[in-house]
Ligand binder design. Sequence first.
Ligand code: ACO
Length: 274
Amino acid sequence: MANDIDTVAYDMADGIARLRFNRPDKRNAMSPALNRAMMEALDELEFRDDVGVLVLTGEGSAWTAGMDLKEYVRETEAKGLKGTRSAQRESYGWWRRLRWYQKPTIAMVNGWCFGGGYGPLFACDLAFSADEAKFGLSEINWGILPGGGATKVAVELLPFRKAMYHAMPGEPIDGKTAADWGLVNKSLPLAQLKDRVVQVAKALLEKNPVAMKATKDAIHPVGAMGYDDAEDYLVRAQEAANSYDNDGRKEGLRQFIDEKSYKPGLGAYDKTRG
Ligand code: ACO
């Protein structure tokens, strides 16, 4: 188990957990051990009071070079269908867990991001990349289709022509292009990446955490609904959020309407006084 755990690492500062792919010598390729370790780390961090935002990044020159083609593909397949299904569950499992994480999540893409890496990339609520990073659906280059959700991620995030062009020639794009295309929110020089992500994380930390979870959870299902269903879902989602915290929003209204101490259009109410 010690080996599994070494494949990921995390540290904490000022309410921000920085969770890292930690196989730099293998360009942070996702081995079965790494996938198990990621699930464990997500478990450990999710409900800690000192974690308000989770940032997912990579050690060394890679964010992640995708699935480990030796351990995850060749060696796992050698164990037969049971081995394959179990390895798939472990990887898809932590990406799904991340998609519905309790705390807001930010992908901080410091370097290479290929293939299976699009699973955790999409799972994070926000994504910032280094201009120097390289993104690619490289599956076609070694002879498979972009599976494990990668094609779906391309179609969710990119317009049709770009999704086709990304998947078919297997040509990597840099961080700036990834931002232009919508794979990430923004790209900036690697030297500035961490400061910008910390700045965004701190802005998220100021918000009401119940409203934050309700907000990010609403984005995924509403995208697949018609207007009436979405309207109904959102009414119920707000009422469900109120059952966890009905005082926060009232305090937010009080500080604006009665106290006039902030403007909601420009920033958050002071939740420490709620
Ligand atoms: N799976 C297994 N091992 C990997 C992977 C991977 N995805 N990516 C890198 N490695 C290993 C290399 O085999 C090498 O191992 P070694 O030191 O034992 O020889 C080590 O990591 C360093 O890799 P290099 O290729 O030497 O590193 P370089 O910085 O020159 O290149 C790059 C980086 C471009 C990321 C290259 O390693 C690469 O193309 N990797 C594969 C990317 C890819 O297509 N991933 C699969 C996507 S498809 C999917 O995820 C299902």
